[in-house]
Design a protein around this ligand. Sequence first.
Ligand SMILES: [Zn+2]
Length: 381
Amino acid sequence: MPQKKRVFLLIAIVAAILAALPGLKIIADALRKEIAYQFVVDDRIWFTVSQKEKAALDRMLDEYQRQYLANIDKHAVIKKIDFAQKVELIEVKALPENIDTLATAKAKIYAVEDEAVVIEVKKGDNLWNLAKEHKVTVGDLEILNPDADPHKIFPGDKLVVKPFNPALDVIIELENTVVESIPFKNEYRKVNNLFRHQQRILRKGIEGEKEVSYHITLRNGYQKSLQIINEKTLKEPVNAIVEIGTRTTVFRGGRINYGVVHGKRISSLYGYRIHPITGKRRFHEGLDIAANHGNGVYAYTDGKVVEAGWNGGYGNCILIDHGNGLKTRYAHLSRLYVQVGQRVKTGQRIGAVGSTGNSTGPHLHFEVIKNGRTQNPLNYL
Ligand SMILES: [Zn+2]
């Protein structure tokens, strides 16, 4: 073969090989590809893991979801646990260099878009002014801080005002049944042998009990919705029977005489409630009586003032020791007319109704404490 022809043939062979290369690469790549799993969130690929890591990924996702079960009442029945987003694990064939490590997968799963905003309670703060300041509702604050008792937040306490926002949101649906108290009512009987500011208890009231079942949806551990699905009375309450006087005396303003204040109505009763999510029991230690701002607040009976001043969520507050293990507390006052150590008489004006501390509006929070334990004030008024 002449020299020239040999060169042409060589060029032709090299050209043919070059032309075939992409095809060869496709074949070689196809041979290198392995089964892997794409983690797809709302149709976007977040990462890909190898087949041998799939079980570890499943455990990681399970653990990620289960972190939100930690604060839930152990008696609650978990009905569903899922992601808020559409999450798919799609089997694909991928090149080794396109497969992510478990560490990358974990960083993506646990990614946080916005950190929580936590504030420290300062003197004079209450849930209502904090809610206003941070542009949320009091209900939001209660949901974000299920352990915080609105009556007992103190300077230095930490409160979440905005929850953290994870990249991957977890929705939990649960059902829980808790026992709650049914308050008793006062049945008033008018008698003309008592003055208008006097009353006498003929029969003490007894609280009832009910079983309440809730269906609750949580998003990243925080209550998203709460519905009562069933309610069953276990024990009917027994109403108190109270005689009230009709004989006219000095009128102090306000419609109803509760002895310690002239109020409009009872706005919150004494008793417990079990938090339907955490299962924790919270007590309302007193009786809230809605009344006009500035109305007089009167000593329950003779005694000695042992506290008079600011007391956290109670706001301006007075505690009177009546002896024999009996004490009474008057909270949220706008004015204090007595000092610590001072002796007071039954019906003596000690302060004025206000809305200081954790209070939605002017009212008297009245507590009766017998041997260190709060009692239902309705049995004492
Ligand atoms: Zn109260």
